[in-house]
Design a protein around this ligand. Structure first.
Ligand code: ZN
Length: 246
């Protein structure tokens, strides 16, 4: 089994940039990426999408399953944290939370450790981040396109805005990597709401983003950040990682 820590070193190896991580690149992903030679790489983190959720809601997550069936790759990844901020920090740096030190929104931007997007920017490659407004400030000036969406009670509207911004930055000509964070599944889980509704909404947003990735000849990576926060059902502490060219 691979780990979420391996995503950043794999992308660093693909882009031929230096990223200090104890985790190794995933050869199968590297081969896939090199073979498809994408114009742009998109990494989507679906908050709370764990491996069990991915299987249990296969019908609602039809688009994502089809991306795997249509010559995509699927991995089961070990998680590094059960919380969003440290998990995303690990996905973007290839380091354990203790090593990157990003545990809360207040730690974002204070860490000396650079994310893969910042390292790409240092080598002259343009990147974009589409995330909640709170995390945006420290990234301005370090990342070419930083799109913030204000947190709100209406998480459906929130994800819709994340999708719209993601599609907008995907259409920027000179961009090499886009990162976006989609949150409906996590919010629905915390509020005890119908998870099949969240799965369907998420899948619809992914479909539109995947269509744009296709038009741009892009590579698309989709992963969860941690196990789904629901009681009752035993979780595996693993999340799916999908790698595809839609
Ligand atoms: Zn999360």
């Amino acid at each position: 089994m691979i780990s979420l820590l391996q995503i950043a070193p794999t992308l660093a190896e693909y882009f031929n940039i230096m990223l200090a991580s104890p985790a190794r690149p995933v050869e199968a992903i590297l081969r896939f990426a090199r073979h498809s030679n994408p114009a742009i790489v998109t990494l989507l983190v679906l908050d709370s999408l764990d491996f069990r959720f991915y299987s249990d809601f296969a019908a609602e997550l039809r688009t994502i399953h089809e991306l795997v069936e249509q010559e995509g790759l699927l991995f089961e990844c070990e998680t590094v944290s059960s919380h969003t901020t440290p998990a995303i920090g690990s996905i973007l740096t290839g380091l354990e939370p203790e090593a990157h030190g990003i545990f809360t929104d207040n730690d974002v931007g204070k860490s000396e450790i650079k994310s893969i997007l910042e390292i790409l920017e240092d080598t002259g490659k343009k990147t974009a981040m589409v995330i909640e407004t709170k995390g945006v400030k420290p990234l301005v000036g370090r990342i070419t396109y930083v799109c913030g969406v204000d947190d709100r009670e209406d998480i459906i509207r929130y994800d819709e805005l994340i999708k719209t911004h993601t599609i907008a930055v995907l259409n920027k000509k000179d961009i090499k990597m886009v990162f976006a964070h989609i949150r409906a599944i996590d919010r629905f889980a915390h509020r005890g709401k119908d998870l099949s509704v969240a799965a369907k909404l998420t899948d619809g947003n992914i479909r539109e983003i995947a269509n744009t990735v296709r038009e741009r000849n892009g590579l698309l990576l989709i992963c969860g950040d941690h196990e789904t926060h629901v009681k009752a059902v035993k979780r595996t502490r693993t999340v799916p990682l999908i790698v595809c060219c839609p």
